[in-house]
Design a protein around this ligand. Structure first.
Ligand code: HEC
Length: 148
């Protein structure tokens, strides 16, 4: 109910593969060198060069998601619960005092496009756990595969 209701997950994670195959901005932490260097990955913009596409990434399918950590375009998030939290509370993973000026500027820029998205309002830790338990059901071998 949370996934389809207040969590608004199905706005983007919908259809047979739990993805709309569209590009959206979710301010996941960046990690590593990044496609654009210095830890920055501008996402879809690197393909289209349309400024509106900066920091957009394709909605990933969610089947077998418990087996596909680490999460997001950068693989910066190890826990499934944190991948859910990153949608509505990206600042939880940021420690501005320990970030470089470039990293802070990048985060600030990515919060803009994310604020245009129909992302879920804050969910409690219990609600996040409930959604993670639902996602764990989307497992081919356990629930959907031919070998029961
Ligand atoms: C506005 C569209 C949108 C909504 C709403 C949304 N997501 Fe996402 N989700 C994305 C995009 C885009 C990514 C990938 C972002 C990236 O790679 O930086 C993603 C990534 C994820 C991931 C990581 C999967 C992986 O393989 O890396 C999980 C898990 C996830 N979403 C679950 C959820 C849940 C649960 C909700 C509801 C609480 C939700 N999403 C709401 C667009 C959305």
């Amino acid at each position: 109910i949370l996934f389809y209701g207040r969590g608004k997950c199905s706005t983007c994670h919908n259809g047979p593969y739990f993805t709309d195959f569209q590009f959206h901005a979710v301010a996941f932490p960046q990690a590593g060198f990044g496609k654009n260097g210095f830890g920055v990955d501008e996402g879809r913009y690197n393909v289209t060069h349309n400024p509106f596409d900066r920091f957009l990434f394709r909605t990933p399918p969610l089947f077998n998601v418990t087996k596909t950590a680490p999460y997001s375009h950068s693989g910066s998030v190890a826990r499934l619960e944190d991948a859910i939290i990153a949608h509505f509370d990206p600042l939880r993973f940021a420690d501005p005092g320990k970030m470089t000026l470039r990293e802070r500027a990048d985060l600030l820029e990515r919060l803009g496009p994310a604020s245009r998205e129909p992302l879920p309002a804050s969910l409690s830790d219990d609600e996040v756990r409930a959604i993670a338990a639902f996602l764990a059901m989307l497992d081919f071998e356990k629930n959907l595969g031919p070998h029961r």
